[in-house]
Design a protein around this ligand. Structure first.
Ligand code: ADP
Ligand code: MG
Ligand code: ZN
Length: 477
């Protein structure tokens, strides 16, 4: 049997963060009392007419531009099918003339994934199956919430350029950052703001043709995305290994069972009977509007990473570990902290490490921290006024209550230990532990830990570990 490679293409639905829905004035909000944000238009009542939300068109253009797409005149179609959470029995979507086409997304490692299209459409309502474990088959009844019906979506369709679940994860993570950066979305996968369908196939390595694919619907976390793809690749490899053929199917990811299960095959696929929506005119943003949107677009993640790289290594070469930290900082939207710190005289290594490790551990809190306060804190650490451990404690306080780092450090009693007092304490500890000192002197470096522990005890943790080691070395001669 030849070696196989996997081929993956992702379809991502992004709910747009507009104030109102796509074709009516109802509030677009997550978590409101069910069926309170509804009107004749989004309930599909006879005689109601849609009016296109210009804000949604603008966000769709921003997404297209951020993905290097061509923005084109577009047409809405009706996609007809029956489902109880879709009161009109058709979804208004863009079909063969989408607003954005032919772009690409650049992954943090510099590789590019093609974007086929990014079109506008409306969301459906939300059905909850009650009883029978929440699955439709055994449910006793269903509840429908139409608050989501008519919420604007952009669907972003990638080319089948991805090869591994890791790349798919990187793509979805980067796309999420881009959607947040454009202001189009809050990117909250757990609230359904971003939902991913994964198309997966396998083929013999070296083959130029695509294999038969399966589409896994509605993955709502990056973790599920990776697990579902890995499972699906293994399943298809087993099917082919047994001499069978993969059947084109839509599949569902069962998170608990850790496997994909068939929903429907190609033969059962819907015929959507698309036709142009007669109640809406084509959308053709003119050059003036497009320029306005393009010029208001903030820097995207790829550009922000490049900026951090040039701050960290003006000569050009960034170490791999720092590149990972830069990726984390941008993904968590903490770049402002690093930029302010480095521009304010903090070493790039320290600024990056503290942001990617400590600040990113509470990214939501850290995004609210005043970058100048963060800079001041790192300067205290850099100048040796407080130790690394103390700096972390001050950051914790800064995240919780804000304030001036120097003042927080004082309040916590993180006074700088002057060199004389430190030297005196080290000398006391050495005198009190002759056997350990003898071992350290004869080259057992790990005994340094013992002395650091003793000095910390004697100073209630105020000493700087590095300074203690330096003093021990000095005494050893
Ligand atoms: P449809 O509109 O029927 O879902 P498309 O051809 O538009 O089909 O493709 C949808 C998604 O599936 C795209 O992201 C594309 O990259 C991906 N895709 C298409 N063919 C394959 C394949 N053989 N293997 C993996 N992904 C694929
Ligand atoms: Mg599809
Ligand atoms: Zn409405």
């Amino acid at each position: 049997m030849p070696d196989f490679e996997s081929v993956i293409g992702l379809e991502v639905h992004c709910e747009l963060a507009t104030a109102t829905k796509l074709f009516c004035g109802c509030r677009n909000a997550f978590g409101d009392e069910p069926n309170t944000n509804v009107c004749p238009v989004c309930l599909g009542l006879p005689g109601s007419l849609p009016v296109l939300n210009a804000g949604a068109v603008e966000l769709a253009m921003r997404i297209g531009m951020a993905l290097h797409c061509e923005v084109r005149p577009s047409v809405f179609h009706r996609k007809n099918y029956f489902y109880p959470d879709m009161p009109k029995d058709y979804q208004v979507s863009q079909y063969d003339e989408p607003i954005n086409v032919d772009g690409y997304l650049e992954l943090p490692d510099g590789s590019r994934v093609g974007i086929v299209r990014a079109h506008l459409e409306e969301d459906t309502g939300k059905t909850t199956h009650v009883g029978g474990g929440g699955r439709i088959h055994d449910a006793e009844h269903a509840l429908v919430d139409y608050n989501r019906a008519g919420v604007p979506l952009v669907e972003i369709v990638s080319a089948p350029d991805l090869r591994t679940s890791g790349q798919a994860r990187a793509y979805a993570g980067e796309l999420r950052s881009i959607l947040v950066a454009t202001g189009a979305s809050d990117g909250r996968m757990e609230e359904g703001s971003m939902r991913v369908d994964a198309n997966v196939s396998i083929r013999p390595v070296g083959s130029a043709e695509l294999g038969t694919r399966c589409e896994i619907k509605n993955l709502n976390s990056l973790r599920s995305l990776v697990r579902a793809i890995d499972h699906e690749i293994a399943r298809q490899t087993e099917v082919v290994g047994a001499g069978d053929r993969v059947v084109q199917q839509t599949r569902h990811w069962d998170e608990e069972a850790g496997r994909t299960v068939a929903l429907r095959s190609k033969e059962e696929a819907f015929d959507y009977r698309y036709f142009p929506e007669p109640d809406l005119v084509p959308v053709a943003p003119d050059a003036g509007w497009q320029e306005e949107v393009a010029s208001a677009l903030p820097p995207m993640p790829a550009e922000r990473r490049a900026r951090l790289r040039s701050l960290v290594a003006p000569e050009g070469a960034v170490a791999a570990a720092q590149d990972d930290q830069i990726a984390t900082v941008v993904e968590q939207e903490l770049d402002a902290l690093v930029v302010a710190a480095v521009e304010g005289g903090v070493g790039a290594g320290l600024a990056l490490a503290r942001t990617a490790n400590e600040a990113a551990a509470d990214a939501e809190g850290s995004r609210k921290v005043d970058p100048q306060a963060f800079r001041a804190l790192l300067l205290l650490e850099q100048e040796g006024t407080i130790t690394a451990t103390q700096a972390k404690a001050v950051l914790g306080e800064l995240l919780e209550h804000g304030g001036d780092p120097a003042e927080i450090a004082r309040r916590k009693g993180f006074e700088a230990m002057d060199a004389d007092r430190l030297a005196a304490t080290v000398a006391d500890v050495v005198a009190a532990n002759p056997p350990e000192w003898e071992r350290f002197r004869s080259g057992e470096d790990k005994l340094a830990q013992f002395f650091i522990g003793q000095v910390m005890k004697a100073t209630s943790g105020k000493a700087d570990g590095k300074a203690v080691v330096a003093e021990l070395r000095r005494l050893r001669g």
